[in-house]
Design a binder for this molecule. Structure first.
Ligand SMILES: NC(=O)c1ccc[n+]([C@@H]2O[C@H](COP(=O)([O-])OP(=O)(O)OC[C@H]3O[C@@H](n4cnc5c(N)ncnc54)[C@H](O)[C@@H]3O)[C@@H](O)[C@H]2O)c1
Length: 314
C-alpha cells in the first residue's frame, strides 16, 4: 500500500483522492482554503463513492474507502512519506511554480511529482523543482474518478524511468494513460475539445443553429460513435475499403471544411452571455449539482456498458 498526496482539493483534486483511495492507497489531501479538504471535498468524495456503490462498482464499504482520505494542514504534512504527489491547484503559472517548489522541498527523493494542469507545459513551471527528473504532467479529464483517460507529458527534464513508473501506477489505479511525445499547450484532449468548441461558437454566432442543436449533434450523433471508436476509426469503418477509400471519396470535402472552420472566430462577450442564458433556461444554476449527479450516473452506466460489451480489438 502506498501513500499518495493530493495538493488542491477542488473539483479535480477531490476526484483524484477518490481514484487513489478506491485503489487502496492512503491519501493525504491538502488545500490552501481552510476547511476545504476536510469539508466540501470529503462530502464530494462521499457522493462519488456512493454512486460507485449504487452501480455495484465498489468492492468495499463507502466508509472504508473514505477513511483512507485524510485531510492535512500543510504541503509538508501531505507530501512527506508519499510516493506519489498529484497537484491540482488553480491554473496559474506563478501559483504552480510556488506550489511545486514547496512540494519538492518536502517530498521523498524518489516520489513522483505530477501536475493536473489542463494546458500549461510542465517545463514552464517545473524548472525549479529539486530533482526535476521526477516531475511531469498527468492531465486528467474531469472528473478523473469517473473518466479513466490521463495524458502523461514529460518536461525538458523528466526521466524515462519517471514516465515508466507513472504509466504503471496510473494503470494500477484504474486509469488509461496516453503519452505525449513532446510538449504542446493544452496537450491532446483540450486541443481537440476547444477546436470543436471554437467552431461551435462560430456556427452559433453566425446564426447557423442554436446552442442546444450543437449539444444534440454531439450527444445524439457524434459522441455515440466516439464512445467506442475514435475519428480515424470512424473514417476506416465508413467505407468498405477502409480509411483510404473514405479519403478517396470524401477527402476533398474534409479539406474544404477544415479550411473554412473558424478556430479563430472572434466570439464576443455578448455571444457568451446569450449562450449562457440559453443554457440557464435548460439547466437553471440552482440545478447544476443535480445535473452533475445525473451526468456522473450516465458516465458510469456507459462504462458498465463498455465492460459488458468489450472491445475485442483492445
Ligand atoms: N475542472 C476541470 O475540468 C479540469 C480538468 C482537468 C484538469 N484541470 C486542472 O486541475 C487543476 C485544478 O482545477 P479545478 O477545476 O479543480 O480548480 P478548483 O478551483 O475547483 O480547485 C483548485 C483548488 O486549489 C486550491 N488552491 C489554490 N492555491 C493553492 C495552493 N497554493 N495550495 C493548495 N491549494 C491551493 C483552491 O483553494 C481550490 O480548492 C487546474 O490546473 C486545472 O486546469 C481541471
Amino acid at each position: 500500500m502506498t501513500t499518495v498526496a493530493c495538493i488542491g482539493a477542488g473539483t479535480v483534486g477531490r476526484a483524484w483522492a477518490v481514484v487513489f483511495a478506491r485503489a487502496g492507497h492512503d491519501v493525504r489531501l491538502y488545500d490552501a482554503l481552510p476547511g476545504e479538504a476536510a469539508g466540501r471535498a470529503r462530502d464530494g468524495a462521499r457522493r462519488t463513492l456512493e454512486l460507485f456503490a449504487e452501480n455495484r462498482l465498489l468492492d468495499e464499504p463507502v466508509e472504508t474507502v473514505l477513511a483512507r482520505i485524510v485531510p492535512v494542514e500543510s504541503i509538508a504534512d501531505a507530501v512527506s512519506g508519499a510516493s506519489y504527489v498529484q497537484e491540482s491547484v488553480r491554473e496559474d503559472l506563478d501559483v504552480k511554480r510556488q506550489v511545486f517548489a514547496e512540494i519538492s522541498q518536502f517530498a521523498n527523493a524518489e516520489a513522483i511529482l505530477a501536475s493536473s494542469t489542463s494546458a500549461l507545459p510542465g517545463s514552464e513551471f517545473m524548472g525549479a523543482v529539486e530533482r526535476p527528473e521526477r516531475a511531469l504532467v498527468v492531465h486528467p479529464v474531469n472528473p478523473p474518478s469517473l473518466i479513466p483517460l490521463v495524458e502523461l507529458c514529460g518536461t525538458n527534464w523528466t526521466s524515462p524511468d519517471t514516465i515508466a513508473r507513472t504509466k504503471t501506477f496510473m494503470k494500477e489505479v484504474g486509469m488509461k494513460p496516453i503519452l505525449l511525445k513532446k510538449e504542446i499547450d493544452g496537450f491532446i484532449l483540450n486541443r481537440l475539445q476547444f477546436t470543436l468548441v471554437a467552431e461551435a461558437l462560430h456556427l452559433v454566432g453566425e446564426g447557423y443553429c442554436d446552442p442546444e442543436d450543437i449539444d444534440a449533434v454531439l450527444t445524439d450523433g457524434l459522441a455515440l460513435r466516439w464512445a467506442s471508436i475514435g475519428p480515424f476509426e470512424v473514417a476506416h469503418l465508413n467505407a468498405p475499403d477502409g480509411m483510404q477509400g473514405f479519403i478517396d471519396r470524401l477527402g476533398p470535402m474534409m479539406r474544404h471544411l477544415g479550411q473554412s472552420a473558424r478556430t479563430d472566430y472572434p466570439w464576443t462577450d455578448a455571444q457568451i452571455a446569450t449562450t449562457h442564458a440559453s443554457l440557464c433556461e435548460r439547466i437553471p444554476l440552482d440545478t447544476i449539482a443535480e445535473r452533475q449527479a445525473w451526468r456522473d450516473g450516465r458516465i458510469l452506466a456507459l462504462r458498465r456498458m463498455k465492460q459488458d460489451v468489450p472491445d475485442p480489438n483492445s
